[in-house]
Design a protein around this ligand. Structure first.
Ligand SMILES: Nc1ncnc2c1ncn2[C@@H]1O[C@H](COP(=O)(O)OP(=O)(O)OP(=O)(O)O)[C@@H](O)[C@H]1O
Length: 523
């Protein structure tokens, strides 16, 4: 498949608002795609690289070798070239990477150069491309869209499904089952304003503590244990204590869903950054595990001893979990069978208050009859947290002054738009500890695409969790809304930018009768 084809479809998909036209364009591309190249084309269309980061900065991308006259570059060749660029390391790496990028751009037509620059610069965001790709794949192969969607959730990525589906047709979908050793996308939650609302929306439910740790999916097969994050990054090597615990469970195989969290001597959570630091670091794992041990707390069981539990209701999965995992390793929960009963409602409220007193984040309320909807933000799980937070994307940062000279400080915060782009809704430098300031300076420099000496624009990839006191209308920012008293809580490296909160979610937090536009904004 020629890169030019992918670039053309990418531009055409972006240019039309019609969902069915977008799907048709993607289906057209898949019909002629080589099954081996389709997964790579898919990641490009979604604005991602299979290599993740390739370490190419904006100064390299600004170079403009003369374009080729005719398109000859194949997707496979571009993929190999990016592999080789990502692999460059050591002294002189920057120059060598620059040389290889220039060679790649020199082999591309003007149109392909534009596409590659946007792709490498992180500017090629396509809203909801993965969902559209599922429909496009279904149309191209004659498969049932629901069956393709389910295969993607269980197979972990649209690319893996595309490869099989295009090579072997709809029958290949049956091969995507929950398998121990192959992670599935985790089920996610919606938000409810308070416990009462959650009870009313769900009916009979379980109210569980919401621990402020890092989500883990643990697969055990005999003595082999593997661990993945929420975005399916494998972190087995980083959490030896979790692997040990999983190996001791009285089962032969299992797929467990839960959190790991650093707790103090009294069982209260330690600062989130300590948990995140452990999960994010490959360095001196034994030393780090001794200094900040992490406790696993499991809340779901997706498979056990060869049985797939995904379709079973919460009640049955919880009963299986209780058999497989001893109580101290399980999340605390209160079952509410009759949510209309005032005594039960009071008990649920009391449970949530007690969870907060013990220093946790809130509760997750789960409908008792719900199956496990892998990869879905299902309405069957509702989270309730008293502190307002939004997960926003860093679009740029300003060089600090005074004590913060040489550090990237004031963050430009973006919310996600429907088309996958981001719109700025405020700035903040509040809440940043010295350690966070140091860390973000390094990370943001890696993501930089432009620096005018005041503002450094970055690829919109880094998700930051922001606490705020309220949302108000504002004429200063393009979104027309801004946050009051925005402050940084932490970075969410376990979340992709495509999962950041949307402008619509921010607008939903506006007070019912918000006043006239105000020029005031945070920061
Ligand atoms: N008992 C629990 N059941 C489910 N999820 C829990 C529980 N305790 C903590 N969590 C965490 O809460 C998250 C549920 O909220 P959601 O699905 O919206 O994910 P999120 O976007 O990471 O949320 P948040 O930023 O609020 O942690 C899970 O991803 C998990 O990490």
């Amino acid at each position: 498949m020629l890169l030019a084809e992918v670039a053309r479809v990418s531009a055409e998909v972006a240019a039309t608002r019609s969902r069915s036209e977008k799907t048709g364009l993607l289906a057209g591309l898949f019909r002629t795609a080589d099954p081996e190249e389709a997964p790579v084309a898919l990641t490009y269309l979604a604005g991602r690289l299979p290599q993740g980061r390739v370490g190419v900065g904006w100064s390299v991308l600004r170079e403009a070798p003369a374009p080729a006259a005719v398109p000859t570059l194949t997707v496979r060749e571009v993929d190999r070239a990016l592999d080789s660029i990502a692999a460059v390391a050591g002294k002189g790496a920057r120059t060598e990477r620059g040389r290889r990028v220039a060679a790649l751009l020199g082999a591309a037509t003007a149109e392909e150069q534009r596409f590659l620059r946007a792709l490498l610069g992180g500017e090629l965001r396509q809203g909801a491309l993965d969902a559209l790709a599922v429909e496009g794949l279904a149309r191209a192969s004659g498969a049932d869209p629901a069956a393709v969607r389910r295969a993607v959730m269980l197979g972990g990525s649209p690319g893996a499904v595309a490869r099989e589906l295009l090579a072997r047709g709809p029958a290949a979908l049956a091969g995507f089952r929950l398998e121990v050793g192959r992670p599935v996308l985790p089920m996610l939650a919606h938000t409810a304003g308070d416990v009462e609302e959650a009870l009313d929306r769900l009916g009979p439910c379980a109210v569980e503590e919401k621990l402020d740790g890092i989500r883990v999916q643990v697969h055990r097969n005999g003595d082999v244990v593997r661990i993945w994050t929420r975005t399916l990054e494998e972190i087995t090597e980083r959490l030896p204590e979790l692997a040990r615990v999983a190996r001791e469970l009285p089962v032969t195989s299992a797929v467990l869903d839960g959190e790991v969290i650093a707790l103090d001597g009294e069982g209260r959570p330690r600062p989130f950054q300590e948990t995140a630091g452990r999960v994010g670091s490959r360095r001196d794992v034994a030393g780090a595990a001794a200094a900040v041990p992490l406790s696993p707390v499991f809340f779901d069981l997706l498979a056990v001893d060869g049985r797939d539990l995904l379709e079973l209701p919460v009640t049955e999965r919880h009963a299986e979990l209780a058999r497989a995992v001893p109580e101290p390793l399980r999340v605390r929960r209160l079952t509410v069978t009759d949510p209309a009963d005032p005594g039960s409602r009071a008990a649920a409220r009391g449970f949530a208050e007690e969870v907060l007193r013990r220093g946790h984040e809130g509760v997750v309320v789960k409908a008792l009859d719900a199956p496990y909807s892998a990869g879905r933000r299902g309405a069957a799980w509702l989270k309730v947290k008293p502190v307002h937070t939004l997960d926003l994307v860093v679009l740029a940062a300003e060089w600090g002054h005074g004590r913060r000279t040489g550090k990237l400080s004031n963050l430009h915060l973006g919310a996600r738009c429907e088309d996958g782009s981001f719109t700025m809704l405020g700035k903040t430098f509040k809440g940043l500890t010295d350690a966070l300031l140091e860390w973000q300076t390094g990370r943001l420099r890696e993501l930089a695409v432009d620096d005018d000496g005041v503002v450094v624009r970055v690829r919109p990839e880094l998700v930051v969790e922001i606490a705020y006191d309220g949302v108000q209308r504002s004429s200063r920012y393009p979104a027309g809304v801004t946050l009051r008293f925005a402050r940084v809580l932490r970075y969410r490296e376990d979340k992709a930018a495509a999962e950041a909160d949307t402008v619509a979610a921010v607008e939903a937090a506006l007070p019912a009768r918000a006043g006239a536009p105000s020029p005031d904004g945070p920061g």
